[in-house]
Design a binder for this molecule. Sequence first.
Ligand code: NDP
Length: 286
Amino acid sequence: TTTPVTVLGLGAMGSAIAKTFVDRGHRTTVWNRTASRSAPLVDAGAAAAATAAEAAAASPLVVVCLLDGTAVDEVLAAVEGAVAGKVLVNLTSGSPARARANERWARDRGADYLDGKIMGDPPYVGTPNVMFAFSGSRSAFEAHGSTLRQLGTVAYHGEDPGSAAVEFMAQVAVGYEFLIGFLHTLRLVQAEGVDVAEFAERVAGSLAGYPPLLTSFGKAVKSGEYGPDLGSLDVQAALMDDMISHRESLGVESVRMREVKELMDRRIADGHGDQGFSSLFELLAR
Ligand code: NDP
């Protein structure tokens, strides 16, 4: 038998989540501020509640997926009298501090709290291609993990309710850091008259080399023992002036490469020119 589930918030993501629960045979109750958005889910077999509190009262597992923390505050205030004894799962993106505050709010009202952060796109909810990071109540995760796993690939990051948000923010940051560098490079490549789409495909084909490098960087940073990964800094730095002047000669932004060169120069000046790229980590504390 499957657990009845309530979903509060039927935007692109909340609707995809509710639809997945309906399709997997969960008795699903839905609510959305703009009531008309529940129509496709009702057609699929969900029950629409007239108020958020009525929806929350209908299931032991209450999933919240709204635009932001302000929306969550408003909807939680409306369900305040209906959450005692429930498991509240908040899948709204936001900071660790908000997650911890929501957990205290839930605890004070007799509810168990799980914070969840979603990495992936709504059309892929219900497949392994969407990652869900959870943290908070371990007993709630153990009781409802199998239901939550219907939504995608699930990981539990521990009882601190802020941990899922920490992971989410870091994963999003890795994406942005990588992709802004990629865009800078596409600018350079285009300025040289190279087909950017074909170049992007070649890069996609070479990304398989990165996972072992990431793993070895993690080990180097954790141990503080920096081997000459990507070559020694002395050798790598010798290329940097050309990397920068190449960009400048084409009128392309060079800020990223200037940052790398500055870090390499400082590390070498500190006497660590025999170490590798991962050792630049030592310079990144403020
Ligand atoms: P949408 O903009 O599609 O939906 C936003 C939802 O929030 C709607 O249901 C809206 O209700 C509701 N809402 C906004 N303000 C309030 C309020 N003050 N009171 C009550 N309800 C409110 O966003 P998504 O569904 O795409 O995103 C939801 C969450 O999922 C976000 O935190 C987002 O970061 C996260 N997420 C989304 C991804 C995506 O690709 N879409 C990917 C990963 C995470 P109404 O219909 O009445 O406006």
